[in-house]
Design a protein around this ligand. Structure first.
Ligand code: NI
Length: 139
């Protein structure tokens, strides 16, 4: 199928640069691979079950009005699943937050998706390790 879409110029430039670096000959192929990757990542997140320990990395533009308050509200609502938060002032505009999470993966996923949907948040990645139980057994 043929589709047309609109994208911010900066985003497209950045995407083309990644495609060039990776040696892609066609932008369509790059877009197909990116969509597949997005779907796989979502399905992987959806299929996780039980207790997990993980890390959520969030990159956001702190100049974007309200984003810091929104992130704080969400994190406070999920505080029982958050073990620690590290904030790094990456650039003049961008902040990185590394959130260590522990508990029911369904809640962790909810937390991740809520932050993902915020305007001003540019990147969110959930990295989940083995279950909390497994980690205790390894001691
Ligand atoms: Ni900062």
């Amino acid at each position: 199928m043929r589709i047309s879409m609109s994208l911010p110029k900066d985003l497209l430039n950045e995407f083309d640069e990644v495609l060039r670096d990776r040696g892609y000959q066609s932008r369509s192929k790059g877009i197909r691979d990116a969509i597949k990757d997005y779907i796989v990542r979502y399905q992987w997140m959806k299929e996780m079950e039980g207790e997990r320990v993980g890390v959520i990395a969030v990159i956001y533009d702190h100049h974007y009005t309200g984003v810091m308050e929104d992130l704080a509200d969400i994190q406070h609502a999920y505080r029982e699943y958050i073990s620690a938060v590290m904030h790094v002032h990456m650039t003049e505009r961008h902040c990185l937050e590394v959130i260590v999470v522990r508990g029911d993966v369904e809640k962790i996923r909810e937390l991740t998706e809520k932050m993902m949907r915020l305007k001003g948040v540019e990147h969110v990645r959930l990295i989940s390790t083995s279950t909390g139980k497994d980690i205790e057994h390894e001691k």
